[in-house]
Design a protein around this ligand. Structure first.
Ligand code: SF4
Length: 707
């Protein structure tokens, strides 16, 4: 990335992409920005290909540097002034709310936004727009693990212990996680674990790059992880591996769970999942006899219509073995998006206020309303989860205007073709982004925003460690930060008939430091308490772990050592029963379809598809299938195939691989257009978390005959 005419400058910051938030240095010299390694406790100097190339987007030729307005005569997006764009948004919002009520305007956020932005967005929706409709794309990411953690432990923090614990575990069970492709620097901890004599066991329907490194790979049919979890607990019970003392002293509800797993003989789980009973027994023994054992879940276990129950099955197992809160042991979730953790703590979720407070809790409403300077009874109530929100857009009961910050639901939402139709039917669609994503291309107004190296703020990584993002240089001329955009919109809305309190930092045009100071006050006393986290304190050390209630008090790298965050301090067991996927295979759709990631691409690909080196490494989507299945269907490697479900289809070249089960096909979800995997996925959602069932649906596979 180059921009001539500036003095050399260097900052210590973090990668803009995933939740590992690897430490890196950025150096700008002679107008050129270089990524340099930085020793940080999580990545220890390592970066993946995405991190090394992240600066390329700063001066990318496709970068948006002026607002765009859709011309009503030609239908095209045309450059416009900031005044014209903001006026158009406010006029559109007012018209929609006048005609259809406050809730007719909705806000959709992202798990990559800084803590300050996530906080400011929730405040903007509830105070400036006075709508109950705000949710974010993290609902598609780790919401099932969050809900399961909340109900078992009383709080949800991806890893309730430092990442370094992974290297010390005697047994490590990874369920539906593929960090070798999604978070490569994390694999160093896995290597260290095995060098110390530890055992790595991976549960995944595919023989992934991570599974290849494992001592034992369990390869279940997609959608049967919960049966595996219950069978593991069954074996732990029958072989006397349960930590009875821990269960009695630190938990409630075990008896109901004990009864619920009595029927989960390994042979029954084998019949359902295909995992050999002997492997289930070996896994339970490896976990139950280890001095230190860790169980981690990720999207493979979580992105199901029974995702909360599936995670709960593994939490039950961890509790029965006495793992959570024990040094070097526990249960955790590998959060995905860059600020997937912080993004879910500060009030951009439909059901939450800052500090991870419930929006229907009267005391929480009173506290947050006090910080915001509004009467508590004027704060809107809970909205609806992301997919429900997207699917209601433009319908008689749904919002008619949507403001999107840092998200690309046209590619990332399930049943994406329908979501795209909903977006096209809106009275007003506003997208704030720095590239013209597939969603931005549909918008009435597009606002160009700053990138990670051009703004200050904080992110919270997968360990709950609050980190500093530091600006290397200001945004290019014509570009504003998200906070400046929110401040500008709020100022215009305040000028209307309804008085709106000023947001933090408004006088400075959305100063992130002022917003963070207000965030600290709003979070004080909540489960995710940032009151004692200052930017200076983060600068002095390698981040601060929440909860941290006082600036002169300790932070909390390790949760649950003495008590859980429940009213009685005990963790709660919940009996959970396996149930079939929302859509099962049949004669017309005889194959299972599952989705996932590749190393060189990130999320909906808006950014990484535009980076030359990443494009070379992973230029196109593909459909992975077993050679036996390919032979049966007469499909050759590289031939164009069509994956068809009840909702739509994707087209991509076939990639033959014995790494996948013969009854299952896989496609990565980073691409739009004809290769969009989410044209196929199922929009059935988990009843507790609202998580869509991305990981399994029924399809048929056809070779596309070339004309
Ligand atoms: Fe960035 Fe994640 Fe890669 Fe680290 S692992 S360099 S945070 S994308």
């Amino acid at each position: 990335a180059t921009r001539p005419g500036r003095e050399p400058r260097e900052v210590a910051t973090h990668c803009p992409y995933c939740a590992l938030q690897c430490g890196m240095r950025l150096r700008e010299e002679d107008g050129r920005v270089a990524v340099l390694p930085r020793q940080f406790p999580t990545n220890r100097g390592g970066l993946c290909q995405k991190g090394w190339t992240a600066a390329e987007l700063l001066d990318h030729p496709e970068r948006l540097t002026t607002p765009l307005l859709r011309d009503p005569r030609t239908g095209e997006l045309r450059p416009a002034s900031w005044d014209a764009a903001l006026d158009r948004i406010v006029a559109g919002v007012r018209a929609v709310q006048r005609g259809h009520g406050r809730d007719a305007v909705a806000v959709f956020g992202g798990g990559g936004l800084t803590n300050e932005k996530a906080y400011a967005l929730g405040r903007f929706a509830r105070v400036a727009l006075r709508t109950r409709h705000i949710d974010y794309n993290g609902r598609f990411c780790m919401s099932s693990a969050a809900a399961a953690g909340m109900r078992a432990f009383g709080v949800d923090r991806g890893l309730p212990f430092p990442l370094a614990d992974l290297g010390r575990a005697d047994t490590l069970l990874l369920v539906g996680a593929n960090p070798a492709e999604t978070m490569p620097p994390l694999v160093r901890w896995l290597a260290e674990q095995r060098e110390r004599g530890g055992r790595l066991i991976v549960v995944d329907p595919r023989l992934t790059a991570t599974a290849r490194q494992a001592d034992l790979h369990l390869q279940p049919l997609p959608g049967t992880d919960l049966a595996v979890a219950n069978a593991l607990l069954h074996v732990a019970l029958t072989e006397g591996l349960v930590d009875r003392e821990y269960v009695a002293a630190r938990t409630t509800g075990f008896e109901a769970v004990r009864r619920s797993v009595t029927a989960w003989w390994p042979a029954r789980a084998e019949a359902l999942s295909g995992v050999p009973a002997a492997d289930l027994e070996a896994t339970a023994r490896a976990l139950g006899t280890a001095e230190r054992a860790i169980i981690l879940t990720a999207r493979g276990a979580e992105q199901h219509a029974k995702g909360v129950d599936t995670v709960t099955g593994f939490v039950n197992l961890a509790l029965a073995l006495g793992l959570p809160g024990r040094p070097g042991s526990g249960y955790g979730c590998l959060t995905g998006q860059g600020n997937g953790q912080g993004g879910r703590e500060h009030g951009q979720k439909a059901d939450q206020l800052p500090g991870y407070r419930r929006i229907d809790d009267p005391a929480a409403r009173e506290h947050v309303a006090g910080v915001w300077g509004v009467p508590a009874d004027e704060l809107p109530g809970p909205g609806v989860p992301a997919y429900e929100l997207l699917d209601s857009l433009g319908t008689p009961a749904g919002p008619r205007a949507l403001l999107v910050f840092g998200s690309n639901p046209v590619v990332s939402a399930p049943r994406a073709a329908r979501v795209e139709r909903r977006l096209r039917g809106l009275d007003l669609l506003v997208v704030v982004d720095f590239l013209l994503s597939e969603t931005a291309a549909l918008a009435d107004v597009v606002l160009p925003t700053a990138q990670w190296a051009e703004e200050d703020g904080t992110m919270t990584n997968l360990e709950g460690r609050v980190l500093r993002r530091r600006a290397l240089r200001p945004p290019p001329p014509g570009v504003r930060t998200d906070l400046e955009i929110l401040a500008g919109l709020t100022a215009r809305l305040r000028a209307g008939a309804t008085p709106v309190p000023p947001p933090a930092g408004e006088e400075d045009g959305g100063d992130p430091r002022a917003v963070f100071a207000e965030l600290r006050r709003a979070s004080a006393g909540g489960p995710a308490d940032y009151a004692g986290v200052s930017w200076e304190r983060i600068d002095e050390r390698d981040g601060v772990f929440w909860p941290c209630p006082a600036e002169d008090g300790p932070d909390t790298p390790r949760l649950f050592v003495d008590r859980f965050a429940t009213p009685d301090g005990r963790a709660r067991f919940h009996p959970v029963e396996h149930r079939p996927a929302a859509e099962e295979v049949c004669a017309e759709y005889p194959l299972h379809f599952t989705t996932g990631r590749v190393l060189a691409q990130y999320q909906s690909g808006t950014q990484t598809r535009r980076v030359a080196a990443l494009r070379r490494a992973a230029p196109d989507a593909f459909v992975e299938l077993h050679p036996d299945l390919a032979a049966r269907l007469g499909i050759g490697d590289g031939e164009l195939v069509r994956v068809v479900s009840r909702r739509g289809e994707l087209r991509a070249p076939a990639r033959l691989s014995a790494a996948i089960r013969p009854d299952t096909v896989f496609a990565p979800f980073h691409w739009g257009g004809a290769a969009r995997a989410n044209s196929v996925t199922n929009d059935a959602v988990d009843p507790v978390s609202g998580m869509p069932e991305f990981k399994i649906c029924a399809v048929r596979l056809e070779r596309v005959e070339r004309p």
